[in-house]
Ligand binder design. Structure first.
Ligand code: NAD
Length: 506
């Protein structure tokens, strides 16, 4: 099938970057009314064309309408509304209480300046959310932006390419399309921030390109996110929630449950509950289910089919069927997988295959998690707070979701991002605003009381140094008084009450 997407010519990429730089410098994108109008336009773009987005995502990966609504359309609409409601508050200068005694009477504040011309590189699995949510943040923060859409979800990219120029101001927001060559060329240009969503491998390429211009990056990457089950967990509930986190969009989600760590004593219970869930949701033959997505490309089908076929451990409990022409891989459960199986446990699966590894003591499970890079998310299923704490205290991850999957990402009041190999920085809501903002420190003084500055001007002497020290370094006694504010207040009140009592008696 021929691609519906036309790649952007190198000359056009160059012209777009130059034009955006020129137009950013006019200050137009900084106007709050302008930002609000563009965000409203982005909201309308999605709302007016909702049906077309569902069709495009269905063509790209047979994404079920309900999953496209919850994973793509709703988050963008909600984020636009959040910024329309909160932008006035977010852009306000932030008054800061000075720490230095010598600034006690001065204006000390932080201004939220745009970074400049930013590049957003979207990803294909949530081609609307992962392109437009960062873009809303970039617009809200007052930047000009180039949006590089993913060529892999070509139908959705083609639709966005048609719509964005109709709704957004073309002198400040531009779309670029292409694959590796175009992205490589784009990355040679100087941007003021790069926001990338995709694999850790390409994340390193993006970071290396950014470093040539000392450009800051936000990297939203992936990795192997585990789900740990503790022995007393309610297995049917756990099975439902893990199945949701594994088969949503056919496992093509950065926060999918990559593998399960199950107590050996509970393996049978988990397998039977999980099998029941999958049958209830997708029927005897999931290929016929309208609620089961397809893989986005034959390359990914081959990659995941290869993982199933060449695995070095584990037995298939159900699934394993592959139809390359339909880009279909059945929901697949593999048990008795060994942690050192470098086929199933080497790279992120990013598809509908769930390996289960058993453990005897919780510490064994924790040791396995720690052998991998810190994941984007860690799932813990437990009814015991002590066990949840034990896992969290001994591990690292971008985020944590206890007794559920995926839903922490939908909670936009939380920061979303990885740590180490799973990402750099975070976003959503006010954190997106911060990701695209320069916090400009402002100390504003008046041209009065010049005599007070003598203490820091030459000629220096020991008396001036002693006074200077007093203004620059807080006395330890003051620190200790501040730390004990509560008890000191109580003591003062008690003394006062005692004095009143004595006076009344006298
Ligand atoms: P990818 O990283 O291979 O590609 C993303 C884009 O980068 C492509 O569309 C392409 O234009 C460009 N690209 C690819 N190779 C390049 C190269 N060599 N040089 C320059 N540019 C290049 O994307 P993928 O691997 O298909 O995406 C899946 C990964 O993304 C998974 O690891 C997943 O976990 C991660 N992901 C993370 C998030 C998140 O929010 N953290 C969301 C979705 C996906």
């Amino acid at each position: 099938m021929t691609s519906p997407l036309t790649y952007t010519a190198f000359d056009d990429i160059q012209d777009s970057v130059a034009l955006l730089r020129l137009n950013f410098d006019t200050g137009k994108s900084r106007s709050i009314d302008f930002r609000k109008f563009q965000i409203q336009q982005l909201y309308d773009l999605v709302k007016d064309n909702e049906e077309r987005f569902y069709e495009a995502m269905a063509k790209d990966m047979n994404k079920p309408r309900s999953e496209a609504l919850s994973g793509d359309i709703a988050p963008v609409l909600e984020e636009c509304l959040y910024f329309l409601e909160n932008i006035d508050r977010l852009v306000k200068d932030e008054k800061v209480k000075p720490r230095l005694g010598m600034n006690a009477m001065e204006t000390v504040k932080v201004r939220h300046d745009p970074l400049g011309v930013v590049l957003v590189i979207g990803c294909w699995n949530y081609p609307v959310q992962l392109s437009l949510v960062p873009l809303v943040g970039a617009i809200a923060a007052g930047n000009a932006a180039i949006l590089k859409l993913s060529e892999v979800s070509a139908h959705t990219a083609a639709l966005l390419t048609e719509l964005i120029p109709r709704y957004l101001n073309q002198s400040l927001y531009r779309v670029v399309n292409g694959a590796v060559e175009e992205t490589t060329y784009l990355l040679q240009h100087k941007f003021d921030h790069i926001f990338y969503t995709g694999s850790p491998m390409v994340g390193k390429i993006v970071m290396a390109a950014a470093s040539k211009h000392l450009t800051g990056v936000t990297l939203e990457l992936g990795g192997k996110s585990p789900a740990v089950i503790t022995p007393e967990a309610d297995m049917q509930t756990v099975a439902n929630r893990i199945a949701f986190g594994k088969f949503y969009n056919c496992g093509q989600i950065c926060i999918a449950v990559d593998y399960v760590l199950c107590p050996a004593s509970q393996l049978d219970a988990f397998v039977s509950a999980f099998t029941k869930t999958v049958k209830e949701w997708f029927g005897e033959n999931p290929k016929n289910s309208k609620d089961y997505a397809r893989l986005v490309s034959v390359r990914h089908v081959d990659r995941i089919a290869g993982m199933i076929e060449n695995r070095k451990s584990g037995g298939i409990q159900f699934g394993g069927q592959v139809d390359r022409d339909e880009r279909y891989i059945a929901p697949t459960l593999i048990t008795d997988v060994k942690f050192d199986d470098d086929v199933l446990m080497g790279d992120e699966i990013f598809g509908p295959v769930l390996p289960v590894i058993t453990y005897n003591e919780l510490d064994e499970a924790i040791t396995m998690i720690k052998k991998n890079h810190p994941p984007l998310v860690l799932y813990v299923f437990s009814k015991k707070q002590k066990l949840i704490d034990q896992v969290l205290r001994n591990t690292q991850s971008g985020g944590v979701c206890v007794n559920d999957t995926l839903m922490h990402q939908a909670e936009y009041s939380l920061p979303f991002g990885g740590i180490g190999n799973s990402g750099v920085g975070n976003y959503h809501g006010h954190r997106s605003f911060r990701a695209f903002t320069h916090e400009r420190a402002i100390l504003q003084k008046k041209q009065k009381m010049e005599f007070t500055n003598k203490v820091r001007y030459p000629p220096y002497n020991s008396t001036r140094d002693a006074i200077l020290r007093h203004f620059l370094v807080t006395h330890p006694l003051v620190v200790s008084l501040r730390q004990n504010r509560g008890p000191i207040k109580t003591a003062i009140i008690l003394v006062l009450l005692f004095v009143i009592y004595l006076k009344k008696r006298a």
